[in-house]
Design a protein around this ligand. Structure first.
Ligand code: ADP
Length: 459
């Protein structure tokens, strides 16, 4: 290897090694840095090897092993043939090597001209014969060992073979080893960071998988519950329709006269059955929407028609409670583009609530207007009891009712599904629904639907 020496560079080892040290700093991988250390030294005429300490939980500890050598492949093969095993399998124990012990004890560079003894130690206790062959093979003259520092200790040892040791060589090599130590430390930190990031990512992946699974199970349970609700509601409705039909038939006296007492009883039967039917219909509506979310039949219709129809269906209740309803459609409001029946359901639910939570003689206003982004907005405002701010966030949740725990239920109260259904329908159309309320002053619900503006007329 002494043959590889480049005499011109050899003249200025200090400056050249300082430059080589700078090249180390661009690397962030330990193995790559070992390679650069050895190759840079070899370029300057110093064959070299990096001995690395074993890595334990408390940091690097002896024994050492060969992490990298700058031997030519043929020299490496010959060395391993002489030793009878690959270099990387050698373990160098400072207990059996005074040279290594000196480096570790002093934490500083050590050099020796007794290259034959050094070969014996550095090849893991090679026999005299092996040491002599290797000494000749590698052309060893002087051997310089310098620690690669880590925190307060030593993470490795840089071994450099020098054919003719000049006064400035040890200092140059030591300074280079210091730069190499810094580069290795940096790489270790990068490694830790990479490792931590990988751990974090895999943890996030694991949690995401768990959550996805849990969510799927919940969705499945939810779907089964909706199915169950739909079936039960359906089964309940059929006999109820019969009860209601017969109650009305008896009341009409087509089957014979009924006494005033009987009439009173039949009226109670009929009104209870109607109330039950409206609950069941709400449940059915909810599960129908949940189960057929995708099946919206979009089409254009004038918003005024929708408002009129909703107002008409609510008229008897409004009349009964002397609640006034005014509605207005702003000029240039385009037609809506939505599933008309579902949109009517939204408006009916909001109007039903407005009436329900208004005092007798209260007022309800409905206003429709064009909205930016090819939409129409419909607002339902009442001057009823209003909703306390702490409930506003949750009133759109399924089955949520203001003050539901322990409060007596009024005769007109629903199931806590009306707003959830309305929100579902509006969002299925890509719209939004919002509420504003001042307790004691009233409430305003406002929702948007797509408008028919710019859409091709239906075929
Ligand atoms: P419910 O069937 O109980 O009316 P909703 O989902 O329609 O269920 O409404 C949820 C809750 O929001 C109601 O219990 C009621 O307390 C409140 N709420 C809804 N609309 C109004 C309104 N216009 N004024 C006051 N409170 C309202």
């Amino acid at each position: 290897m002494a043959r590889r020496v480049e005499p011109r560079r050899r003249r200025e080892p200090l400056a050249a090694l300082a430059l080589a040290g700078a090249r180390l700093m661009v690397e962030t991988d330990q193995a790559a840095i070992h390679g650069v250390i050895c190759r840079e030294l070899l370029r300057l005429g110093f064959p070299a090897a990096v001995l690395e300490a074993e890595h334990g939980p408390a940091g690097p500890r002896p024994p050492f092993h060969y992490a990298y050598t700058a031997f030519a492949p043929s020299v490496q093969r010959a060395t391993e043939r002489v030793l009878g095993r690959p270099l990387e399998r050698l373990r160098l124990d400072p207990e059996r090597s005074p040279l290594l012990r000196r480096v570790l004890a002093g934490g500083r560079l050590v050099h020796t001209g007794r290259a034959l003894a050094a070969a014996r130690e550095l090849f893991g206790g090679a026999s005299d014969h092996q040491a002599r062959v290797l000494y000749r093979l590698l052309g060893l003259r002087h051997v310089v060992l310098t620690p690669l520092r880590w925190d307060q200790g030593v993470s490795g040892i840089l071994v450099v073979a020098v054919a003719r040791l000049r006064r400035s060589d040890p200092d140059a090599i030591d300074a280079f080893a210091l730069q190499a130590s810094i580069a290795l430390e940096k790489a270790r930190l990068f490694d830790q960071l990479r490792h931590q990031r990988a751990m974090l990512e895999s943890e996030v992946d694991r949690r995401t998988r768990e959550l996805t699974l849990a969510m799927r199970e919940l969705q499945e349970a939810d779907r089964r519950k909706d199915n169950f609700l739909a079936n039960v509601s359906h089964e309940l409705r059929t006999p109820l329709v019969t009860v209601l039909g017969y109650a009305d038939l008896l009341l009409s006296e087509k089957l014979g006269e009924v006494s005033p007492r009987q009439r009173e009883c039949l009226r109670t039967v009929a009104s209870s059955a109607r109330r039950l039917r409206s609950f069941i219909e709400e449940l059915l509506e909810h599960s129908r929407h949940e189960l057929t979310k995708e099946g919206l039949a979009h089409g254009p219709f004038p918003v005024a028609d929708l408002l009129q129809q909703a107002a008409r269906s609510l008229a008897p209740r409004l009349h009964e409670r002397a609640v006034s309803l005014r509605w207005r459609v702003a000029p240039r409001t385009p037609q809506a583009w939505a599933d008309r029946d579902r949109a009517l359901q939204v408006l009916t639910n909001l109007l039903g609530n407005a009436e329900r939570y208004c005092a007798e003689g209260g007022h309800i206003r409905v206003a429709a207007a064009p909205e930016r982004g090819a939409r129409v907005a419909i607002a339902v405002t009442d001057d009823g009891a209003g909703i306390a701010p702490e409930h506003l966030e949750r009133i759109f949740d399924r089955l949520y009712q203001v003050g539901d725990a322990g409060q007596p239920r009024g005769p007109g109260s629903g199931l806590g599904l009306g707003l959830a259904i309305a929100k579902n329908i509006v969002e299925a159309h890509g719209g939004a629904i919002a509420v504003r309320s001042r307790p004691g002053h009233g409430t305003r619900f406002r929702f948007t639907l797509p408008s028919a503006e710019g859409r091709a007329p239906p075929a």
